[in-house]
Design a binder for this molecule. Structure first.
Ligand code: FAD
Length: 404
């Protein structure tokens, strides 16, 4: 009997477990560990943060997809992986976990690039708890305004105008009228500002498509301060420099941090050869020094055959890595050998939403704008739900409002 330990029930980890359960009925026991007893669709966190989707809509219980005859789920915090002893230490369990194969899918954390005050004074958005804390904070500020009449309470600043910042701005626009009602003001008094260092936003898209996306966001009464490098965050204040100009600042009741993410710091802490929480993996998605450890999702860096930079870390590649990892583990358990083929990846495209009914992006070589883009975004989300959560989660949480 082989023991497979999967750490993290995100896109990569949970899909690996679901596929292993389907492919191996005997000869294997799987232990899955996550700090939460639910899986969350991290690609929808901005909607929970804005309050346009409830937390229950973007999560489902891990137990829904676990086959207890093969898999044991443990809700706990992973604190140490010892690749030489092949053990995993959990915070709440004395006994160590032992594995024949370990799959590391511990995901991403917020990256503040050492900017003073960013950790202390801006709200990150990397998991459900943080997303809900943002929502609660915004609502509290709207309520405060009723007594303070301080315009800062109505100001929301998003630090970072990348993919996540743009999607968050779109969701906040959708929620603007409901915030205004709570504050007792008109929706256009709720100010949303994006502060971004670069002047060429959304580099994953062609210049024309990125320009479309930026203009779309601006047309929704979102202020964009591009070419503005944030130097410091103080309580209620973002300090930034526009080009060579002197420092400027903007005050706000809500400051949200979306400038970027890195892989889980546990990777470095456990001695893996990681940079910003990411390990450059082998063709079989294993750790270069430990062939029995698979590193998948945002903690992995996969080099394209002819590229100099790894593929961007996305849910899409995390799911593709899960497909490959499950195949490879099955092959090794059955034949003792790796899958013959190395991991290859072809992106199906990227679509950014700007609220529930607006989007833009590129899929299968076509640039999409407006309704087709928005429908495509929902189809991509539904496919991920179906593949990992099955029909039950698709019917309960799927996006069927394609015709809005
Ligand atoms: P995750 O999904 O982050 O899962 C990691 C899991 O590990 C979590 O369940 C967590 O609870 C658990 N965990 C972490 N540390 C520990 C620990 N110490 N102990 C126990 N458990 C632990 N990608 C796309 O492809 N398309 C998009 O449109 C897109 N939009 C996005 C929008 C937003 C707002 C954000 C934030 C991200 C978006 N992404 C998108 C990126 C995508 O969400 C990530 O690339 C993806 O979630 C990575 O998957 P993963 O399996 O590596 O990790």
């Amino acid at each position: 009997m082989k023991e497979v330990v999967v750490l993290g029930a995100g896109y990569a980890g949970l899909k690996t477990v679901v596929l292993l359960q389907k492919k191996l009925k005997n000869n294997v026991h799987i232990t899955l560990v996550d700090r939460n007893n639910y899986h969350y669709e991290a690609t929808d966190l901005h909607e929970a943060a804005a309050g346009t989707q409830s937390a229950s809509r973007i999560t489902y219980p891990i137990s829904d997809v676990i086959n207890p005859q093969i898999t044991t789920f443990i809700q706990d915090e992973v604190v140490k992986i010892d690749p030489d002893k092949k053990t995993v230490k959990l915070a709440g369990h004395e006994e160590l976990l032992h594995y024949d194969y370990c799959v590391l899918g511990l995901g991403f954390v917020s990256e503040t690039f050492g900017i003073p005050g960013a950790k202390e004074n801006a709200l990150p958005m990397t998991n459900v708890k943080e997303a809900l804390a943002i929502y609660d904070h915004i609502i509290a500020k709207m309520k405060d305004y009723r007594t303070t009449h301080n315009p800062d309470d109505l100001q929301i600043i998003i630090c970072g105008g990348g993919f996540t910042g743009i999607e968050l701005a779109g969701a906040l626009v959708d929620a603007r009228a409901s915030y205004a009602k709570i504050a007792g003001v008109s929706p256009d008094e709720i100010k949303i500002t994006l502060i971004e260092a670069s002047t060429r936003l959304l580099p994953m898209f062609s210049e024309k498509l990125a320009e479309y996306g930026v203009n779309l966001v601006k047309s929704l009464n979102v202020q964009l301060l591009d070419g503005s490098r944030i130097s410091k965050i103080e309580p209620g204040k973002v300090i930034y420099k526009h080009g060579d100009d002197n420092e400027e600042s903007l005050t706000a009741g809500t400051i949200i941090w979306t400038t970027g993410v890195s892989g889980n710091p546990l990777m470095e802490e456990c001695g893996f050869d990681a940079k910003r929480g990411r390990v450059i993996v082998t063709d079989h998605l294993t750790d270069p020094k430990h062939d029995d450890i698979y590193i998948v999702g945002d903690v992995a860096a996969v080099m394209p055959p002819d590229g100099k930079r790894p593929y961007p870390t996305t849910a899409q590649i995390a799911l593709a890595m899960a497909d490959y990892t499950a195949e490879d583990i099955v092959s090794r358990i059955k034949t003792g050998k790796h899958e013959a083929k190395p991991f290859t990846y072809k992106s199906l495209g990227t679509v950014a939403s700007v609220g529930n009914t607006r989007a833009f992006g590129e899929a299968m070589g076509h640039e999409l704008r407006g309704y087709p883009a928005s429908a495509m975004k929902k189809i991509i989300a539904d496919r991920s739900l179906l593949e990992t959560g099955g029909l039950k989660e698709l019917f309960a949480k799927g996006r069927f409002d394609l015709y809005h």
